[in-house]
Write a protein that binds this ligand. Structure first.
Ligand code: FES
Length: 143
């Protein structure tokens, strides 16, 4: 493993061991559970959406290092973003995981680009993001 690869691995493991924005969010205006059907792992996403801005976000749930690191990094990039910008980041992240190009806007999330070659782990990496898409769509249909 190269020094760069081990650094990448270290950052992903750091998010897994010390997830950012983990826990329940009392002020959540949207709450949604996501499921990875291939392993049964669940993730609960809490969003505090004020007007069209995600002012706070947290998550709970269990899963592998990839799913937890992806969720942790996702909360960092979407906090403070508009609904539209968060959905655009989600689109870019899922495209990267499908091997369709990498956007620098994704920051540390680009460390997960190698997942595109591990088909069995794609659902792990996208669990939090698909839950985000569904949570924002659910909120829009109710408003
Ligand atoms: Fe369940 Fe990755 S193995 S989320």
């Amino acid at each position: 493993m190269s020094i760069l690869e081990s650094l990448y691995k270290e950052i992903i493991l750091d998010h897994y061991r010390s997830p950012r924005n983990r826990g329940k969010l009392a002020s959540a205006t949207i709450q949604l559970e996501g499921l990875n059907p291939s392993c049964g792992d669940e993730l609960e996403l809490y969003l505090d959406l004020e007007k069209e801005t995600i002012v706070d976000v947290k998550f709970t749930g269990e899963g592998c290092a990839i799913s937890q690191a992806s969720a942790s990094m996702m909360t960092e990039v979407i906090k403070g973003k508009s609904r539209e910008d968060a959905l655009e980041l989600s689109r870019k992240f899922k495209a990267m995981i499908q091997g369709e190009g990498v956007s620098e806007e994704l920051g540390d999330l680009t460390l997960l680009q190698g997942i595109s070659k591990l088909h069995a782990r794609v659902k792990c990496a996208t669990l939090a993001w698909i839950t985000l898409d569904q949570a924002l769509a659910k909120d829009e249909s109710e408003s």
